[in-house]
Design a protein around this ligand. Structure first.
Ligand code: NCD
Ligand code: ZN
Length: 352
Protein backbone atom coordinates (compact mmCIF):
# COMPACT_ATOMS: atom_id res chain seq x y z
CA UNK A 1 0.00 0.00 0.00
CA UNK A 2 2.17 2.85 -1.14
CA UNK A 3 1.53 6.22 -2.72
CA UNK A 4 4.49 6.53 -5.08
CA UNK A 5 6.42 4.75 -2.36
CA UNK A 6 6.27 7.81 -0.12
CA UNK A 7 3.79 6.44 2.38
CA UNK A 8 3.22 2.90 3.56
CA UNK A 9 0.48 1.48 5.77
CA UNK A 10 0.98 -1.95 7.31
CA UNK A 11 -0.79 -4.07 9.88
CA UNK A 12 0.54 -3.18 13.30
CA UNK A 13 3.87 -4.97 13.78
CA UNK A 14 4.94 -7.10 16.75
CA UNK A 15 8.39 -7.29 18.31
CA UNK A 16 9.35 -10.94 18.76
CA UNK A 17 12.47 -10.18 20.87
CA UNK A 18 12.54 -7.31 23.36
CA UNK A 19 14.30 -6.42 26.61
CA UNK A 20 12.11 -4.17 28.77
CA UNK A 21 14.09 -4.50 32.03
CA UNK A 22 12.18 -3.59 35.18
CA UNK A 23 11.51 -0.67 37.55
CA UNK A 24 12.28 2.89 36.42
CA UNK A 25 14.10 1.86 33.24
CA UNK A 26 11.09 -0.20 32.16
CA UNK A 27 8.83 2.78 32.79
CA UNK A 28 11.09 4.89 30.58
CA UNK A 29 11.50 2.51 27.63
CA UNK A 30 8.09 0.76 27.48
CA UNK A 31 6.15 3.66 25.86
CA UNK A 32 8.39 3.53 22.77
CA UNK A 33 7.52 -0.09 22.05
CA UNK A 34 3.86 0.24 23.05
CA UNK A 35 3.42 3.18 20.65
CA UNK A 36 4.25 1.18 17.51
CA UNK A 37 3.94 -2.52 18.31
CA UNK A 38 0.92 -4.69 19.13
CA UNK A 39 2.75 -7.36 21.10
CA UNK A 40 6.27 -8.14 22.19
CA UNK A 41 8.03 -11.23 23.42
CA UNK A 42 9.60 -9.92 26.62
CA UNK A 43 13.00 -11.39 27.43
CA UNK A 44 13.40 -12.96 30.87
CA UNK A 45 17.05 -12.05 31.61
CA UNK A 46 16.32 -9.93 34.65
CA UNK A 47 18.37 -10.35 37.82
CA UNK A 48 17.25 -12.80 39.06
CA UNK A 49 15.91 -14.28 35.80
CA UNK A 50 12.24 -15.08 35.18
CA UNK A 51 12.10 -18.84 35.71
CA UNK A 52 8.70 -19.45 37.33
CA UNK A 53 5.07 -19.06 36.30
CA UNK A 54 4.43 -16.77 39.28
CA UNK A 55 7.52 -14.68 38.45
CA UNK A 56 6.46 -14.24 34.81
CA UNK A 57 2.91 -13.42 35.80
CA UNK A 58 4.06 -10.79 38.30
CA UNK A 59 6.46 -9.28 35.73
CA UNK A 60 3.63 -9.16 33.18
CA UNK A 61 1.42 -7.38 35.73
CA UNK A 62 4.14 -4.77 36.36
CA UNK A 63 4.40 -4.14 32.61
CA UNK A 64 0.63 -3.90 32.13
CA UNK A 65 0.31 -1.52 35.08
CA UNK A 66 2.99 0.70 33.54
CA UNK A 67 1.14 1.05 30.22
CA UNK A 68 -0.67 4.26 29.39
CA UNK A 69 -4.45 3.86 29.62
CA UNK A 70 -6.31 3.18 26.39
CA UNK A 71 -3.56 1.31 24.56
CA UNK A 72 -3.78 -2.34 23.66
CA UNK A 73 -0.14 -3.41 23.77
CA UNK A 74 0.23 -6.99 25.00
CA UNK A 75 3.42 -8.34 26.58
CA UNK A 76 4.08 -12.05 25.93
CA UNK A 77 6.22 -13.61 28.64
CA UNK A 78 9.22 -15.89 28.31
CA UNK A 79 10.56 -18.61 30.58
CA UNK A 80 14.34 -18.48 31.18
CA UNK A 81 15.76 -21.99 30.74
CA UNK A 82 18.24 -23.19 33.37
CA UNK A 83 19.93 -26.50 34.14
CA UNK A 84 17.12 -27.17 36.61
CA UNK A 85 13.99 -26.16 34.68
CA UNK A 86 11.12 -28.56 35.36
CA UNK A 87 9.18 -29.60 32.22
CA UNK A 88 5.94 -29.63 34.25
CA UNK A 89 6.43 -25.97 35.19
CA UNK A 90 7.10 -25.06 31.56
CA UNK A 91 3.99 -26.90 30.40
CA UNK A 92 1.80 -25.43 33.13
CA UNK A 93 2.95 -21.89 32.30
CA UNK A 94 2.23 -22.51 28.63
CA UNK A 95 -1.21 -24.02 29.19
CA UNK A 96 -2.14 -21.20 31.58
CA UNK A 97 -1.20 -18.63 28.94
CA UNK A 98 1.59 -17.10 31.04
CA UNK A 99 4.63 -18.37 29.11
CA UNK A 100 4.66 -18.06 25.33
CA UNK A 101 8.18 -19.38 24.57
CA UNK A 102 11.21 -20.62 26.51
CA UNK A 103 14.56 -18.85 26.09
CA UNK A 104 17.82 -20.75 25.93
CA UNK A 105 20.94 -18.82 26.88
CA UNK A 106 24.13 -20.83 26.91
CA UNK A 107 25.65 -19.92 30.30
CA UNK A 108 27.86 -16.81 30.04
CA UNK A 109 27.08 -16.19 26.35
CA UNK A 110 25.59 -12.71 26.97
CA UNK A 111 24.16 -10.19 29.46
CA UNK A 112 22.59 -11.89 32.52
CA UNK A 113 23.12 -15.37 31.12
CA UNK A 114 25.03 -16.76 34.10
CA UNK A 115 21.97 -18.80 35.12
CA UNK A 116 21.81 -20.27 31.61
CA UNK A 117 22.45 -23.81 30.47
CA UNK A 118 25.85 -25.36 31.22
CA UNK A 119 25.37 -28.85 29.71
CA UNK A 120 22.93 -29.93 27.01
CA UNK A 121 22.02 -33.13 28.83
CA UNK A 122 20.33 -30.98 31.48
CA UNK A 123 17.62 -29.65 29.16
CA UNK A 124 16.73 -32.68 27.06
CA UNK A 125 13.58 -33.51 29.02
CA UNK A 126 12.37 -29.90 28.67
CA UNK A 127 13.01 -29.87 24.91
CA UNK A 128 11.14 -33.15 24.49
CA UNK A 129 8.14 -31.75 26.38
CA UNK A 130 8.15 -28.52 24.36
CA UNK A 131 8.29 -30.48 21.12
CA UNK A 132 5.27 -32.46 22.30
CA UNK A 133 3.15 -29.45 23.27
CA UNK A 134 4.24 -27.21 20.34
CA UNK A 135 5.91 -24.56 22.49
CA UNK A 136 8.64 -22.48 20.78
CA UNK A 137 12.26 -22.47 21.94
CA UNK A 138 14.10 -19.20 21.41
CA UNK A 139 17.83 -19.66 21.11
CA UNK A 140 20.65 -17.25 21.83
CA UNK A 141 22.76 -19.01 19.22
CA UNK A 142 26.32 -18.37 20.32
CA UNK A 143 28.88 -20.86 21.51
CA UNK A 144 29.88 -19.66 24.98
CA UNK A 145 33.35 -21.32 25.04
CA UNK A 146 35.74 -18.40 25.65
CA UNK A 147 38.32 -20.08 23.40
CA UNK A 148 36.10 -19.51 20.36
CA UNK A 149 36.66 -16.26 18.48
CA UNK A 150 33.79 -13.86 19.18
CA UNK A 151 33.12 -13.39 15.45
CA UNK A 152 32.77 -17.18 14.97
CA UNK A 153 30.50 -17.96 17.90
CA UNK A 154 27.22 -17.99 15.97
CA UNK A 155 28.51 -20.18 13.14
CA UNK A 156 30.07 -22.62 15.63
CA UNK A 157 26.82 -22.84 17.60
CA UNK A 158 24.84 -23.62 14.44
CA UNK A 159 27.31 -26.36 13.61
CA UNK A 160 27.79 -27.89 17.05
CA UNK A 161 24.29 -27.55 18.47
CA UNK A 162 21.54 -26.86 15.94
CA UNK A 163 22.84 -28.97 13.06
CA UNK A 164 24.64 -31.58 15.11
CA UNK A 165 21.82 -32.71 17.43
CA UNK A 166 19.04 -30.31 18.32
CA UNK A 167 17.12 -30.33 15.05
CA UNK A 168 17.66 -34.06 14.46
CA UNK A 169 16.85 -35.21 18.01
CA UNK A 170 13.78 -32.92 18.24
CA UNK A 171 12.67 -32.66 14.60
CA UNK A 172 9.26 -31.13 15.38
CA UNK A 173 10.52 -28.62 17.97
CA UNK A 174 9.74 -25.02 17.00
CA UNK A 175 13.02 -23.13 17.22
CA UNK A 176 13.72 -19.44 16.66
CA UNK A 177 17.36 -18.60 16.10
CA UNK A 178 17.32 -15.17 17.67
CA UNK A 179 19.00 -12.02 16.31
CA UNK A 180 20.91 -13.76 13.51
CA UNK A 181 24.09 -12.00 12.42
CA UNK A 182 25.68 -14.28 9.84
CA UNK A 183 25.23 -15.73 6.37
CA UNK A 184 25.49 -19.12 8.06
CA UNK A 185 22.49 -18.23 10.24
CA UNK A 186 20.43 -16.99 7.29
CA UNK A 187 21.33 -20.05 5.21
CA UNK A 188 20.58 -22.47 8.03
CA UNK A 189 17.08 -21.02 8.50
CA UNK A 190 16.38 -20.80 4.75
CA UNK A 191 17.32 -24.44 4.32
CA UNK A 192 15.32 -25.68 7.33
CA UNK A 193 11.65 -26.60 7.57
CA UNK A 194 8.74 -24.44 8.69
CA UNK A 195 9.40 -25.10 12.38
CA UNK A 196 12.71 -23.17 12.28
CA UNK A 197 12.54 -19.38 12.20
CA UNK A 198 14.80 -16.41 12.87
CA UNK A 199 14.47 -12.88 14.16
CA UNK A 200 16.60 -10.15 12.61
CA UNK A 201 17.36 -6.84 14.32
CA UNK A 202 17.41 -3.34 12.80
CA UNK A 203 21.02 -2.88 13.82
CA UNK A 204 22.35 -6.09 12.26
CA UNK A 205 20.67 -5.04 9.01
CA UNK A 206 22.39 -1.66 9.25
CA UNK A 207 25.89 -1.92 10.72
CA UNK A 208 28.94 -4.11 10.22
CA UNK A 209 31.96 -4.55 12.46
CA UNK A 210 33.78 -1.60 10.91
CA UNK A 211 31.03 0.66 12.19
CA UNK A 212 31.88 -0.50 15.73
CA UNK A 213 35.66 -0.51 15.49
CA UNK A 214 37.08 1.53 12.60
CA UNK A 215 37.98 5.18 13.18
CA UNK A 216 37.31 4.96 16.92
CA UNK A 217 35.39 2.55 19.11
CA UNK A 218 31.63 3.07 19.33
CA UNK A 219 30.32 1.41 22.48
CA UNK A 220 26.69 2.15 21.63
CA UNK A 221 26.97 -0.19 18.62
CA UNK A 222 28.29 -3.04 20.75
CA UNK A 223 25.82 -5.86 21.27
CA UNK A 224 25.76 -9.63 21.26
CA UNK A 225 25.94 -11.37 18.96
CA UNK A 226 28.42 -8.75 17.71
CA UNK A 227 27.93 -7.37 14.18
CA UNK A 228 30.11 -9.23 11.67
CA UNK A 229 31.86 -8.29 8.41
CA UNK A 230 29.78 -6.69 5.69
CA UNK A 231 29.05 -9.80 3.63
CA UNK A 232 26.98 -11.05 6.57
CA UNK A 233 24.97 -7.82 6.80
CA UNK A 234 24.31 -8.20 3.07
CA UNK A 235 23.16 -11.80 3.54
CA UNK A 236 20.72 -10.72 6.27
CA UNK A 237 19.34 -7.96 4.05
CA UNK A 238 18.83 -10.47 1.24
CA UNK A 239 17.16 -12.93 3.61
CA UNK A 240 14.58 -10.50 5.03
CA UNK A 241 13.74 -9.01 1.64
CA UNK A 242 13.49 -12.42 -0.06
CA UNK A 243 9.93 -12.91 1.17
CA UNK A 244 10.85 -16.15 2.99
CA UNK A 245 8.35 -16.26 5.85
CA UNK A 246 10.78 -17.89 8.29
CA UNK A 247 12.34 -14.46 8.94
CA UNK A 248 10.54 -11.99 11.16
CA UNK A 249 10.95 -8.84 13.20
CA UNK A 250 12.70 -8.94 16.58
CA UNK A 251 14.47 -5.77 17.65
CA UNK A 252 16.55 -7.10 20.55
CA UNK A 253 16.19 -3.58 21.89
CA UNK A 254 18.38 -3.84 25.00
CA UNK A 255 18.72 -0.62 27.02
CA UNK A 256 21.77 0.01 29.16
CA UNK A 257 22.50 3.36 30.83
CA UNK A 258 25.26 5.46 29.28
CA UNK A 259 27.33 4.86 32.42
CA UNK A 260 27.33 1.11 31.72
CA UNK A 261 28.16 1.53 28.02
CA UNK A 262 30.90 4.18 28.19
CA UNK A 263 33.24 2.51 30.64
CA UNK A 264 36.25 0.18 30.88
CA UNK A 265 34.16 -2.92 30.33
CA UNK A 266 30.95 -1.84 28.63
CA UNK A 267 27.71 -3.83 28.48
CA UNK A 268 26.41 -5.45 25.30
CA UNK A 269 23.08 -4.18 24.04
CA UNK A 270 21.61 -1.53 21.73
CA UNK A 271 18.46 0.43 22.55
CA UNK A 272 16.53 0.74 19.30
CA UNK A 273 12.87 0.67 20.35
CA UNK A 274 12.40 4.38 19.63
CA UNK A 275 13.00 4.03 15.89
CA UNK A 276 13.17 0.32 15.10
CA UNK A 277 10.25 0.16 12.68
CA UNK A 278 11.59 3.21 10.83
CA UNK A 279 15.02 1.63 10.45
CA UNK A 280 13.46 -1.58 9.10
CA UNK A 281 11.44 0.50 6.59
CA UNK A 282 14.65 2.17 5.47
CA UNK A 283 16.31 -1.21 4.92
CA UNK A 284 13.41 -2.63 2.89
CA UNK A 285 13.29 0.60 0.88
CA UNK A 286 17.03 0.41 0.14
CA UNK A 287 16.55 -3.21 -0.93
CA UNK A 288 13.72 -2.21 -3.29
CA UNK A 289 11.48 -4.55 -1.32
CA UNK A 290 8.92 -2.35 0.45
CA UNK A 291 6.20 -4.76 -0.69
CA UNK A 292 7.79 -7.40 1.60
CA UNK A 293 8.02 -5.08 4.61
CA UNK A 294 4.57 -5.90 6.03
CA UNK A 295 5.06 -9.67 5.93
CA UNK A 296 8.38 -9.44 7.78
CA UNK A 297 7.07 -6.93 10.34
CA UNK A 298 3.50 -8.01 10.96
CA UNK A 299 2.57 -11.37 9.40
CA UNK A 300 5.41 -13.90 9.56
CA UNK A 301 5.87 -13.72 13.34
CA UNK A 302 2.20 -14.38 14.26
CA UNK A 303 2.13 -17.17 11.69
CA UNK A 304 5.14 -18.86 13.28
CA UNK A 305 3.69 -18.50 16.79
CA UNK A 306 0.20 -19.59 15.66
CA UNK A 307 -1.36 -16.25 16.68
CA UNK A 308 -3.71 -13.84 14.89
CA UNK A 309 -2.26 -10.79 13.20
CA UNK A 310 -3.12 -7.43 14.75
CA UNK A 311 -6.28 -5.64 13.57
CA UNK A 312 -5.02 -2.08 13.59
CA UNK A 313 -2.43 -0.50 11.28
CA UNK A 314 0.44 1.95 11.38
CA UNK A 315 1.55 4.35 8.66
CA UNK A 316 5.07 5.45 7.85
CA UNK A 317 6.02 8.27 5.54
CA UNK A 318 9.25 8.97 3.69
CA UNK A 319 10.37 11.95 5.77
CA UNK A 320 13.87 12.65 6.98
CA UNK A 321 14.21 13.28 10.68
CA UNK A 322 16.99 13.44 13.23
CA UNK A 323 17.27 10.77 15.94
CA UNK A 324 17.44 12.24 19.46
CA UNK A 325 20.79 12.29 21.22
CA UNK A 326 19.46 10.68 24.37
CA UNK A 327 16.39 9.24 26.06
CA UNK A 328 15.66 10.37 29.59
CA UNK A 329 12.73 10.73 31.94
CA UNK A 330 12.11 12.70 35.16
CA UNK A 331 11.27 9.45 36.97
CA UNK A 332 14.54 7.73 36.05
CA UNK A 333 18.13 8.64 36.90
CA UNK A 334 19.52 6.87 33.88
CA UNK A 335 20.15 8.27 30.39
CA UNK A 336 20.16 6.01 27.34
CA UNK A 337 21.52 6.60 23.85
CA UNK A 338 19.16 5.41 21.13
CA UNK A 339 20.42 3.53 18.09
CA UNK A 340 21.65 5.99 15.41
CA UNK A 341 21.55 8.92 17.84
CA UNK A 342 22.09 12.30 16.13
CA UNK A 343 21.82 10.61 12.72
CA UNK A 344 19.08 11.02 10.11
CA UNK A 345 16.50 8.37 9.21
CA UNK A 346 14.39 8.89 6.10
CA UNK A 347 11.22 7.08 7.26
CA UNK A 348 8.94 8.31 10.04
CA UNK A 349 5.89 6.81 11.74
CA UNK A 350 3.13 9.35 11.10
CA UNK A 351 0.07 7.46 12.28
CA UNK A 352 -0.17 4.74 14.88
C1 NCD B 1 21.07 -8.30 25.65
C2 NCD B 1 20.85 -7.60 26.98
O1 NCD B 1 21.44 -6.54 27.20
O2 NCD B 1 20.04 -8.08 27.78
N1 NCD B 1 22.25 -7.78 25.05
C3 NCD B 1 22.58 -7.80 23.75
O3 NCD B 1 23.68 -7.40 23.41
N2 NCD B 1 21.73 -8.23 22.83
C4 NCD B 1 21.13 -9.77 25.85
C5 NCD B 1 21.01 -10.55 24.56
O4 NCD B 1 19.96 -10.58 23.92
O5 NCD B 1 22.02 -11.18 24.16
ZN1 ZN C 1 18.20 -10.09 23.40
Amino acid sequence: MTEQNTKITIKRPDDWHLHLRDGDVMLMVLPFTAAHFGRAIVMPNLTPPVTTVAGASAYRDRIVRALAPGGDFKPLMTCYLTDHTDPDVVERGYIEGVFTPVKLYPARATTNSEFGVTAWGNIRNVLARMEKIGMPLLVHGEEADPEIDIFDREAVFIDKVLSDWMTSDYPELKIVLEHITTKEGADFVSESGENIGATVTPHHLTINRNDILAGGIRPHLYCLPIAKRDKHRQALREAVSSGNDSFFLGTDSAPHPISAKETDCGCAGIFNAANAIEVYAKVFDEMGALEKFEAFSSLNGPKFYGLETNDSTITLERRTHLVAEEISSPSCNEIIRPFLFKEEINWLVVDC
